[in-house]
Design a protein around this ligand. Structure first.
Ligand code: ADP
Ligand code: MG
Length: 693
């Protein structure tokens, strides 16, 4: 149960004074549905209104708070002219200027003869002091309502600063005093204020320096958030360890047959990965291991060998892929090897016939099918396993945490192997999984050649098409990727289609088109024609980013490469260089290039190392954008910045580990405060494991 003291923070934002249904919707869109979300909406700027000169002393460009008498209104003759109101103090005159303002409104706001306090930016108009649309106009007795230093918040269309500031101030009123959840010695060493004081400081900056992520108050809040997430991860892991898994031990007989039928040797990092997985699976506690390997590093074989261990042990394994295409491809790779080993392997996707599906479900339920590859169709309710011992999840960042869990829950203490082709930088990894066990495939399979990567301005498109002509003439195969440019799918489609028609005109009958709108069967037919060489050029959107495996393709052309993120460019490039022949990647860009785009393209030319590229990507883009955070299942940090607070992340990890070691049930006094912290950051799931365990 969430502590009573937190209840006011988890009320709807509309429960705050002044927030009705209309504002409520806007605030929800901006920050979130509950009061606590407003606390986490931090200011990005400050406006200092402490400068209160006499009119004659007011400097152009300054923000000034003036106390003036309203002298006269100059009502414009046409609506296009500004409305001017002259005001003064004993030192001089200032002209307030409004565009498109209503006379009755202004007469009420600034009645002639009365004194008003106004605040805004001073500029000069024909040598006179002027203020255009003052930010604040109040009667003298309400002077106090103008904040001396005003926090500026990010807004959304229809919402202005003032109501948002008020809503956040009201939310702050609801913030309770909470017991200190940080290690007291650490807080003292950092010279940090308490949670509530830090929150107040962050929302009442007095100086631009207060806005820096490293300011003590912001750092404290970031650390709170990081600690909550690290503690949640550590608790869930601790809990998982206490559930007794089944040790899965194979005798190697199926694996040796499968290995013998491979037309290649495993690389040494593949062998190591298999050994690590084998050792994990043999333990009673659950495996949670990440198999990280660059595109083309050969993760699928490793997954298959892990799956065969379960078959040797008489149990079942499932491999879940994020797309239909990828599931089919994995199935195609694995099927001959499984067949060689004499193990039944099924494919389960949303497109199976009723009859096929019934057979598969039956075989999984009675255990006669030991291995299955599929899409998220695998986690549907009607899918039951006799004894699921291993779940392999490919390209995990495309699945939510929820789906991953759903597959694991189809068995008892299922071992989990997560494969990712997008190397996740260490910081993000730590933030997401804590200390997850990781196997890395660091070498490319033998015989691969480096990819020759070049950047070419789009003006030279004709030359590129010529060069491609030579490739096509000699039987080469290549990808041509068009980006998603516009918001609208229609326009994007028009772009790929236009390129398809142009290239088709030049290379009749040799060009195929692939995009997300095509029906599955159509896509497969095109892929098949490209795979067996009937088509030489595949014009595609980024649908080919993941999984497509045609070793004979040796050229990758990426149009408007400047619009792609690094991770995506790297994924796309990884579609070539898979065979023994030399491959080329042409990055076509539109001029002029921005700084970030320039840096990205330079890194692409410089390295093929996915781990390095992932680190650079994080540095260039920031953690939030990486991997398209929202669908990613990665935690969305509101207060912590994984780059600025990288050292705090380490400290939070260490602290969380220590807490779980000493007080796994969070029973101590600090433990109770830490429970509140978990609830505060909505890690209720982690608190639940305390009771269950
Ligand atoms: P990933 O999923 O890591 O991108 P895949 O598992 O799809 O890579 O493997 C890419 C290609 O490399 C496949 O055609 C696969 O058969 C091949 N392959 C895998 N391991 C090796 C190896 N050790 N030597 C040669 N080729 C390999
Ligand atoms: Mg793969």
């Amino acid at each position: 149960m969430r502590p009573q003291s937190l209840t006011p923070l988890f009320a709807q934002v509309t429960s705050l004074p002044g927030i009705g249904p209309r504002l409520g919707k806007l605030v929800e869109k901006l920050a979130g549905p509950q009061v606590v979300d407003l606390l986490w909406h931090l200011p990005f700027g400050v406006v200092d209104r402490r400068n209160a000169p006499q009119v004659a002393e007011a400097q152009a460009g300054d923000i000034a708070t003036l106390t003036v008498t309203v002298d006269r209104h100059i009502v414009p003759r046409t609506p296009r002219q500004p409305y001017r109101i002259w005001c003064s103090d004993e030192t001089g005159e200032v002209c307030l200027t409004y565009f498109n303002a209503r006379e009755d409104f202004l007469k009420k706001l600034l009645p002639p003869g009365e004194v008003r306090v106004i605040s805004g930016r001073i500029d000069l108009y024909q040598g006179e002091a002027q203020m255009t649309h003052p930010d604040h106009v109040v009667p003298l007795e309400q002077r106090g309502s103008i904040l001396r230093v005003e926090p500026m918040y990010g807004l959304t269309a229809g919402l202005t600063q003032r109501p948002l500031q008020k809503a956040i101030a009201a939310a702050m009123e609801r913030a309770p005093d909470l017991g200190e959840w940080q290690d007291p010695a650490f807080v003292i060493r950092q010279r940090w204020a308490s949670w509530k004081t830090a929150l107040a400081l962050v929302h009442n900056p007095t100086d631009p320096a207060d806005l820096a992520p490293t300011s003590p108050a912001r750092a404290r809040l970031a650390f709170d958030e990081l600690l909550a997430s690290q503690l949640a991860i550590a608790l869930v892991r601790h809990h998982n360890r206490t559930i007794v898994g089944h040790p899965t031990r194979g005798d190697g007989r199926l694996r040796s047959v499968a290995l013998a039928s491979l037309r290649f040797e495993l690389t040494s990092s593949q062998r190591t990965a298999v050994q690590e997985i084998e050792a994990d699976m043999a333990k009673a506690e659950r495996m949670v291991r990440l198999l990280q390997g660059d595109v083309g590093s050969g993760k699928t074989v490793v997954a298959l060998l892990a799956m065969l261990i379960t078959a040797e042990a008489g149990a079942q394994a499932a491999l879940m892929a994020p797309t239909e295409l990828l599931a089919r491809q994995h199935h195609a790779t694995i099927a001959p090897l499984a067949a060689a080993a004499g193990v039944r392997l099924a494919l389960l996707t949303g497109r199976d016939s009723q009859k096929q599906k019934r057979e598969t479900l039956q075989g999984l339920a009675d255990g006669s099918i030991p291995l299955v590859v599929g899409t998220h169709a695998l986690v549907q309710e009607d899918v039951e396993f006799k004894d699921l011992a291993l779940a392999v999840v490919d390209e995990q960042h495309r699945f939510g945490v929820h789906q991953r869990m759903a597959l694991s829950s189809k068995g008892r203490a299922v071992d989990l192997l997560v494969m990712t082709a997008t190397p996740i930088p260490r910081t993000l990894m730590l933030a997401t999984y804590g200390d997850l066990d990781v196997s890395k495939l660091t070498e490319k399979p033998a015989g691969r050649q480096p990819i020759d990567t070049r950047t070419i301005p789009l003006e030279r498109l004709a030359d590129v098409v010529e060069a491609i002509g030579r490739q096509v003439a000699t039987g080469g195969r290549l990808y041509w990727v068009c980006p998603l440019i516009e918001e609208s799918e229609e326009v994007d489609l028009a772009n790929v289609e236009e390129r398809f028609h142009q290239l088709s005109a030049r290379f009749p009958g040799k060009v195929g088109l692939l995009h997300g709108r095509l029906k599955g069967a159509e896509r497969e037919a095109t892929m098949a024609a490209f795979t067996d060489g009937r088509l030489a050029i595949l014009v595609a959107t980024t649908v080919i980013e993941v999984g497509v495996d045609v070793p004979a393709a040796t050229v990758m052309v990426i149009e408007h490469a400047e619009r792609f993120g690094l991770a995506q460019l790297h994924q796309l490039r990884g579609r070539v260089g898979r065979g023994a022949a030399k491959s080329t990647c042409l990055l076509l860009y539109a001029q002029p290039l921005g700084e970030t785009a320039k840096a990205r393209l330079a890194i692409m030319r410089e390295t093929e190392d996915g781990f390095r590229i992932a680190e650079e990507d994080l540095r260039l883009r920031g953690a939030g954008e990486l991997l398209g955070t929202r669908q990613s299942g990665l935690p969305i940090m509101r207060l912590a910045d994984l780059i600025a607070h990288a050292d705090l992340l380490q400290a939070a990890r260490d602290d969380a580990r220590l807490v779980v070691e000493r007080d796994p049930g969070l029973q101590s006094e600090r433990g109770a405060a830490l429970r509140a912290l978990l609830y505060l950051f909505r890690r209720d799931d982690a608190v639940r494991t305390l009771r269950a365990g």
